[in-house]
Design a binder for this molecule. Structure first.
Ligand code: GLC
Length: 425
């Protein structure tokens, strides 16, 4: 049974392999996505270690001069996706978008390095990536935390990786729609429109893209100019964990300056994260930097926070909160609290369960010793695949598969859950 599932997961990785990068799924997402690629590399490593390193090298070959690593690299023209390069107009020879995504690269590189059978290749390739990843982290703190708070803001919901989360609703209401150029979505041709963001959200997504484009994608200006400025605990936890992992890696590879600065970023971030904790919600919440207030929205962003080395009491509280959520759903972890009216079991990031999220939370809570809830998260993840195959995301109550099928990072996470997790450092 497990070996059958492993075989199918490997087939999906091969199916979506375009030679030097993978696509998340053919049709709906025909290019290279930033955090999809990094997490998928963990699965690719089980097929071919060199190929896994190449996945990350390809992404970083498209890093901007200022250090930003874009959220999509448009390697090949494809009319099946909107918004394409003609909308972003970032002026790159091989087009990219002009925003970023959750920085899981350092975490993934460290994991590839720690597990590598080919130690020489791993050292060589990790050493080459070190300064690039560090430049990305420095870019974050320079351009997305200009006041030095220790936490960074995302300027577009797509940067969070949780595109249409309830977390953004109130802030998006403040984004104007005047001047949005008429557009035709393509996502709703590939996936059920009831499982996707709404048209009103898309108009605001595009307004923000046009706003940043009008500023020439100059990252020294975007933070001040954007009406959407959100400090997401999940996103920051990923950055903090990656800084911490990069610190360890840099030390192993003899780069003490990168190690010291990375550890300082991580320590400052962890301290600052505590301001996002809510006793009432029993979890971390987003902070809307545009209005200076916490966002009262019980989403999985505040649980992904466990991926960072948060204090043990916070990790235990998150484990307890997930256990409570587990009484309302059959499959952990729902992307939104089922007890609030905004919960929508089928609509993307407003309720469904995602395997990558399960993986990040399980990894963090496992490090904090919260084994019981980790076992349930892993079990539920495998049950979702058994019930519904390798979908993009799932109804956490019925396991209905949603969005795209034959999904690369879902397959990679299954390989992680079934084969590598036990061996994780
Ligand atoms: C959606 C997801 C995002 C992911 C992308 C490609 O936009 O919200 O997290 O990276 O699809 O799979």
């Amino acid at each position: 049974m497990a070996s059958d599932m492993i075989g199918k997961a490997q087939d999906i990785l091969r199916l979506n392999d375009r030679g030097t990068y993978t696509v998340p799924t053919a049709g709906l997402y025909p290019f290279q996505w930033n955090w999809d690629s990094c997490l998928s590399a963990l699965g690719l490593a089980q097929l071919d270690e060199a190929r896994a390193w190449t996945e990350i090298d390809t992404l970083f070959a498209h890093q901007w001069d200022d250090g930003m690593v874009p959220h999509i690299v448009f390697h090949q023209p494809d009319d099946g996706y909107f918004p394409g390069p003609d909308i972003w107009r970032t002026g790159r020879a091989i087009p990219t978008t002009g925003i970023t995504q959750p920085p899981v690269a350092a975490f993934c590189v460290r994991r590839l390095f720690d597990r590598a059978a080919d130690r020489d290749m791993a050292a060589k390739r990790a050493r080459a990536l070190l300064p690039k990843i560090h430049a990305w982290h420095q870019w974050f703190f320079r351009c997305r935390d200009p006041e030095g708070t220790g936490l960074v803001a995302i300027l577009h919901p797509w940067e969070s990786g949780r595109d249409n989360s309830v977390d953004w609703d109130a802030a998006l209401d403040r984004v104007p729609v005047e001047g949005v150029e008429p557009f035709t979505r393509r996502d709703t041709l590939h996936a059920n429109p009831a499982h996707r963001p709404t048209q009103a959200q898309y108009e605001r997504f595009i307004w923000l893209v046009q706003c940043f484009r009008d500023l020439g994608w100059d990252n020294t200006k975007l933070h001040a100019a954007s009406p959407f400025k959100m400090v997401d605990p999940g996103f920051n936890a990923i950055l903090i964990r990656s800084c911490s992992d990069l610190g360890d890696l840099a030390e192993d590879l003899g780069a003490p300056e990168i190690a010291a600065q990375s550890r300082a970023f991580a320590a400052r971030g962890i301290d600052a994260m505590d301001a996002l904790w809510s006793n009432e919600a029993g979890q971390y919440l987003c902070h809307d930097r545009a209005i200076g207030a916490l966002v009262d929205s019980p989403s999985v962003g505040g649980l992904i926070a466990a991926f960072a080395p948060v204090p043990p009491a916070r990790a235990s509280a998150i484990a307890a909160r997930i256990a409570t959520l587990g009484e309302a759903v059959n499959f952990l972890v729902p992307s939104h609290d089922p007890s609030v009216p905004e919960f929508d079991a089928l609509r993307y990031w407003r309720g469904p369960a995602w395997l990558i999220v399960n993986y990040l939370i399980a990894d963090g809570l496992s490090k904090s010793g919260e084994q019981e809830i980790v076992e349930r998260i892993v079990r539920d993840s495998v049950r979702l695949i058994e019930a519904s195959g390798f979908a993009e995301y799932y109804d956490p109550i019925t396991a209905e598969p949603c969005g795209g099928g034959q999904f690369t990072w879902t397959a990679a996470m299954v390989l992680e859950f079934l084969t590598e997790r036990a061996a994780a450092p």
